[in-house]
Design a protein around this ligand. Structure first.
Ligand code: HEC
Length: 140
């Protein structure tokens, strides 16, 4: 298991406070000294930001299965026919997937999505995709 890191710059970029990953995100103030969290500088911190109340969704709990089921048919390094998917756009690992984070969000987390080309993802899955790539600690 990789240890979750908390990068302050990243946390601020995402509108998150540090230290929020371990406990329930909805927990209300009072214990923000935990881990030396500094969440007063951003806009609202973990109690009010867009990621404040979302469940922790990551590669292990959602991403791997989602990518395998909906994307790897064309994007896996081992797929026999990529149907034109570029060779460099491969999602075999969470590292490769995170490297394409922005494009994945733009292609697959919008309505209607343009990836997969023929659609097929549920609205729930697209919400989870956002929870994962926008709210989970980067690289997880
Ligand atoms: C039926 C095959 C197929 C499936 C399934 C598929 N893709 Fe693609 N993908 C392509 C093709 C073909 C291209 C190149 C043409 C294009 O960009 O539309 C591509 C390109 C991409 C690109 C690079 C282009 C860009 O916009 O930056 C990304 C990112 C991407 N796909 C993400 C995904 C994700 C995420 C999924 C699953 C939710 C997925 N794809 C499922 C065929 C597929």
């Amino acid at each position: 298991m990789t240890r979750r890191r908390c990068t302050l710059a990243l946390a601020l970029t995402l509108g998150l406070g540090c230290g929020g990953e371990e406990g329930p995100k909805g927990s209300v103030g009072g214990d923000s000294a935990d881990g030396g969290a500094v969440d007063s500088g951003g806009e609202g911190g973990q109690d009010t930001g867009p990621c404040a109340e979302v469940p922790l969704v990551n590669w292990d709990t959602f991403g791997a299965g989602f990518m395998l089921h909906h994307c790897q048919g064309c994007h896996a390094s081992t797929t026999p026919d990529r149907y034109g998917a570029p060779p460099e756009v491969t999602f075999d690992s969470k590292e490769q997937t995170w490297a394409w984070r922005d494009r994945i969000l733009e292609r697959s987390a919008v309505d209607p999505p343009t990836m997969p080309p023929a659609g097929g993802t549920s609205a729930d899955d697209r919400v989870r995709l956002r929870w994962w790539l926008e709210c989970a600690p980067e690289g997880t």
